[in-house]
Ligand binder design. Structure first.
Ligand code: PLP
Length: 372
């Protein structure tokens, strides 16, 4: 007799995961450590006060964290000028994306996003039995808002996912475009606005803080705040949407140490401003490195830069060659920008080591006539 089978939509899922982690890539490539420029982690570490607060809290790890994340939600409400009832804390945006899809896209219904954007969203759509409808990036890597809207209309999508700044392109839609999107958003469609990289953009270039029942905004402590391993982020949404999330979220998935670190990190404005400045310098370094080597880059508003290798095959060969030499980067997964590798801004030393390894790898590629 056959052993018990999973439900059909789970049984039909591929075994593929949204990410193969650098730990696994390193094991496969035979490297104990990698130059870690592939996951957009902060090269500048957690803010000192966050580290200190987390260290001081470690002895109380025997206790659960506050399932309401009340102190953190109060601080975030103050920062965003809203009520703490507009905030849901989760184990990173990845966790919150799953709640959004589970709550708003019934099995068989459609969610729309750019093909090749942040992969966890598609992972959740499929995992919860939804259907994914997509629009490609424009040739130059821009997100095509009008086409996304059109796709949402024709598919009666329940949800549009938009990362702004976008990952992997690094592109950024100005606030006027977002207003146009909101004006044209179909009544049946929720906008999930993933603002994982919002910290790298001047606040006046973002939508102002406001609560629109058609929008869920998501923020994270994983990028500028240097707490990716702590797994903590939050959603800003209407009270109704937040209450919906609260019906289904796990009570204890946000660990106590992460809550305490995130709260302390909010007091580290000067440190974070320094990170943001250094990331801007790093983007400029990568752009000039690429230029020296005769390669184009996509404009980036985040903590990474896409370097255009010309073809998908060359981009794949570059990722593989770098990995062989203990450098971890990723590449865009979908045409037309799958000809680009995506490199996280490292600290000065990491950037300099990357420049050396990248220049060597490019020479290896150029010496291989089989690559188109
Ligand atoms: C890194 C990233 C995330 C992941 O955020 P976590 O809070 O670490 O889960 C979400 N969205 C985008 C676009 C990202 O690049």
């Amino acid at each position: 007799m056959k052993p018990p089978q999973p439900v059909p939509n789970i049984a039909a899922l591929p075994l593929s995961r949204p990410f193969v982690a650098p730990e696994e890539l390193g094991r496969l490539a035979g490297h104990a450590t990698l130059l870690r420029l592939g996951a957009n982690e902060s090269a500048f570490g957690p803010p000192p006060r966050a580290l200190e607060a987390m260290r001081a809290e470690l002895p109380r790890t025997a206790w659960y964290g506050d399932p309401e994340s009340a102190d953190l939600r109060d601080a975030l409400a103050l920062r965003h000028g809203c009520s703490n009832e507009n905030i849901v804390v989760g184990a990173g945006i990845d966790d919150l994306l799953g709640l959004a899809i589970r709550a708003y896209v019934a099995p068989g219904e459609v969610a729309v996003a750019t093909l090749g954007t942040y992969p966890t969203v598609v992972y959740h759509i499929h995992g919860y039995g939804g259907r994914f409808a997509s629009v490609p990036y424009a040739r130059g890597g821009a997100v095509q808002l009008d086409a996304l809207l059109e796709r949402a209309r024709t598919t009666h999508a329940r949800l549009i996912y938009l990362a702004n700044p976008d990952n992997p392109s690094g592109g950024f839609l100005p606030v006027a475009d977002l207003r146009k999107l909101l004006d044209a958003l179909p009544g049946e469609t929720l906008l999930v606005l993933d603002e994982a990289y919002a910290d790298f953009v001047a606040p006046n270039e973002l939508l102002p803080d406001f609560i629109d029942p058609r929008v869920i905004r998501m923020r994270t402590f994983s990028k500028a705040y240097g707490l990716a391993g702590a797994r903590i982020g939050y959603a800003l949404a209407s009270r109704e949407t937040a209450a919906t999330f609260n019906k289904i979220r796990l009570q204890y998935n946000v660990n106590r140490t992460a809550q305490i670190g995130a709260l302390a990190a909010l007091d580290e404005g000067v440190f974070i401003a320094g990170v943001i400045d250094e990331v801007a310098r790093g983007r400029a370094d990568y752009a000039s490195l690429a230029k020296r080597l005769g390669l184009a880059t996509l404009p980036s508003f985040a903590n990474f830069v896409c370097i255009d290798l010309g073809t998908r095959e060359r981009a794949e060969a570059m990722v593989a060659t770098l990995l062989k030499n203990a450098v971890f980067v990723r590449k865009a997964s979908a045409a037309p920008i799958d000809r680009c590798i995506r490199v996280t801004v490292g600290c000065v030393e990491e950037r300099s080591l990357f420049a050396t390894r990248f220049t060597e790898a490019l020479a290896t590629l150029d010496a291989n006539p089989a690559l188109p």
